[in-house]
Design a protein around this ligand. Sequence first.
Ligand code: SAH
Ligand code: SF4
Ligand code: F3S
Length: 438
Amino acid sequence: MGKYLINTYGCQMNIHESEKVAGILQDYGFEETTEVNDADVIVFNTCCIREGAETKIFSNIGAVKPLKKKNKNLIVAVLGCMTQQKKTAENLKKKFPWIDIIIGTFNSDEFEKYFKKSFEEKQKSFEVFDKEFDIVENTKFFRTSGDNAWVNITYGCNNFCTYCIVPYVRGRERSRRSENIIKECENLVKEGYKQITLLGQNVNSYGNDREDEISFPMLCKKICQIEGDFRLKFMTSHPKDFSSELIDVIASEEKMSKVVHLPCQSGSNKILKLMNRSYTRENYLQRIEELKSKIPYVSLTSDFIVGFPYEEEEDFEQTKDLVEKVQYNSIFAFMYSKRSGTVAEKMENQVDLQVKRRRVNELLALQKEITAKKNEKLVGFVFDCLLQEKKDKKIMVSESGLSISLESYDGIEFSKYYKVAVTSVKGNKISGKIEKRK
Ligand code: SAH
Ligand code: SF4
Ligand code: F3S
């Protein structure tokens, strides 16, 4: 039988959706390949969060054209957020009429139907629905993230941050039933997964669309009660709904990961308001203080956008000041990118590209210094770690992503949690020793 290659762009949600597509292709008897020349099916699971993402995807799709000539049976499918934008989907079809399947996120749940049409009847599909899909259960995934398993808890987003395209290409927020989520987690633990990451654009608002559903902190608590040695993570949280109740669950449940990704976007109240983020820098810092005081070694990460319309030097200084105050373990920083159909697209006072570039570099340089200083203070801390192989070398990786070297890996097994104490930090090299077997 043939082989398939899936190119995934964008967030964790897309990575997980590609696992669903892989499950379908495997059912048809296809095998995975990483070699594009060997592929009989090439899938592009796309993202449109920033303009740069779209440009790159267009050029990567274009590069596949010669392969279509070489292999008459090659099926090329493009799905995801980029093609949910009707205009972009039409442009793509016009530019690359040889693509076999173009669908959006609102109908990507029916990928199998479109694939069958192409595979069995050699027919092309071009379909982008106007309305989001209803939640489908019992999906088969071909999981590809090692010890980690992704689990969707909500789809879509209702927040409409003024810069963001996600609510337009993923539709309104819909929550899965908690009993289905818990059942899926129980099965994953039984199958041996060591980490479960709950996925949603704003996990904290889980259940808000269903009157009879439990809250997000309660859902986490119930999942932590599942017997077995695993850690529970989630992505992504919106600071406006990040409750003390959730902080208490993270602090008290041993299985809750102590890594918290809390996107801030800007340290300036003026910009936060223009972004429609519904919190102030003071509220945000107060959440951070509560996290730090209740969780002795909490690992904090965040997202920032620089160069949002009307961002002046003093607003940017406020962002840098906030980053200094929080002392994150790491951050992502993006240059604001205008997205079609969003509120910010129409805002005046767009910031020059050169200014955005300088600010993003400045912010990342600041964080680099903070990370280095934070690493120096790691000696003595104990982390939950899993053994991993990186570039043919063994290494212990903490749930916060730290790579810690041991003197010897004798007797250390894969897929088992170990407590590792940091013994020294020299430059980028963090060394440690096993504290006790979990
Ligand atoms: N739902 C999540 C993640 C959304 S996308 C959340 O609310 O945090 C991931 C990140 O991309 C965002 O946190 C933001 O920092 C960035 N982003 C989104 N739209 C953007 C845009 N138009 N330009 C630049 N960065 C953007
Ligand atoms: Fe976009 Fe805001 Fe929704 Fe996140 S919460 S997906 S940034 S609209
Ligand atoms: Fe991109 Fe869609 Fe995720 S726009 S970041 S793939 S939700």
